[in-house]
Design a protein around this ligand. Structure first.
Ligand code: CP
Length: 350
């Protein structure tokens, strides 16, 4: 059996910040190994034979659902897709409604009797856009389930995306230290959570990269996440800077990750904000910065940077077709790596 199988048995995968750089590097190596096996069609079905993953999706998904389902099949197990509408909606005590919801404490302990891990995606409307409620929901599953709980993206973190992203960076740059990583806001419309930019800044600082966070004023991340990024720099080296110029950030970059999220003034959260999400204000604030598109002129400012995005990307708003379909784009490597990195996580914790 491979050395990484069961190495973190029983551990939850809720975010990466509580994992050491060394442990994440172990998972990264496992993901590379599993990718190699997959590409050469070597079977790995003995790793999780007959194991079951329960997946509860409060939000839609292309990459996450398919990579977990395919990943479990390839490891010899099975993934169940559970839509909240088709079960009793798993709820925190304050959200319970008779015969419509079921307390998370009960859902977690029922699934615990039948399978080997529970994976959850929850953000946005499912949390009423109350920042932190999605993560609290997943933590509640983890509190009650003895089997591992996996965060498939909540309103604070997207740790599965982080692992696929560092795998892509490793493949294309070969190292993290000394490389400039730019997490930039990019223009789009509609409400979008902070999970991906926050996760990107956390993982890039944890890997010791020189991280620049670029955003127009008003599009800052949660203060607590910024603090964690600075703590990562103190512990792992590299640097972490913030700017309100996309062009300045792109200069000399090795990696750029331009992605939209919603302005804090339009969302409820620890920063204040409205009691309900304000879609009109979100739109007005975003449109003020519609020049924040990743185009070839901006890519030409970089040090031949790779272009990254978690997908789906809003073409013509966040990025031009020329860039996302161009030679510097690695978005499909990132998407493909969701399969391999999640297989590594599941093999290690299940
Ligand atoms: N990047 C990502 O999580 O994609 P999906 O929303 O399609 O799962």
């Amino acid at each position: 059996m491979k050395s990484y199988v069961g190495i973190f048995k029983g551990k939850d995968w809720l975010e990466t910040q509580s994992w050491s750089q060394e442990d994440l590097t172990t998972l990264l190596k496992a993901a590379k190994d599993l990718k190699q096996e997959y590409k050469s069609r070597e079977p790995s079905a003995d790793i999780l034979r007959d194991r079951t993953l329960f997946m509860i999706f409060f939000n839609r998904s292309l990459r996450t659902r398919n990579s977990f389902e395919a990943g479990m099949t390839q490891l010899g197990g099975h993934a169940h897709f559970l839509s909240p509408q088709d079960i009793y909606v798993p709820a925190l005590p304050e959200d319970e409604e008779a015969y419509k919801t079921e307390r998370i404490a009960d859902v977690a302990r029922v699934l615990d009797e039948m399978g080997d891990a529970i994976a959850i995606r929850i953000y946005g409307d499912a949390t009423k856009w109350l920042y932190g409620r999605g993560h609290r929901t997943i933590e509640e599953f983890a509190r009650w389930a003895r089997i591992p709980v996996i965060n498939m993206e909540d309103d604070v973190y997207h740790p599965c995306q982080e692992m696929a992203d560092i795998q892509a960076i490793d493949e294309h740059l070969g190292k993290f230290r000394g490389k400039k990583f730019v997490m930039s806001w990019a223009y789009s419309e509609g409400l979008k959570p902070l999970a991906v930019p926050q996760s990107c800044c956390l993982i890039a600082t944890k890997m010791g990269m020189d991280v620049v966070f670029a955003r127009p004023r008003g599009f800052e991340l949660e203060d607590g996440i910024m603090k964690l990024c600075r703590e990562n720099v103190d512990r792992y080296g590299g640097s972490f800077e913030e700017t309100d110029s996309m062009e300045e950030a792109f200069e000399g970059a090795h990696v750029v990750y331009p992605k939209s999220w919603t302005a804090r003034a339009a969302l409820p959260g620890p920063w204040g904000g409205p009691a309900q999400p304000d879609k009109q204000l979100a739109l007005e604030l975003a449109r003020k910065y519609n020049s924040w598109i990743c185009d070839q002129a901006k890519m030409d400012l970089t040090n031949k940077a790779i272009y990254m995005h978690c997908l789906p990307a809003d073409r013509g708003m966040e990025v031009t077709d020329e860039v996302i379909d161009g030679p510097q784009s690695v978005v499909f490597d990132e998407a493909g790596n969701r399969l391999h990195s999640q297989k590594a996580i599941m093999a290690a914790i299940m």
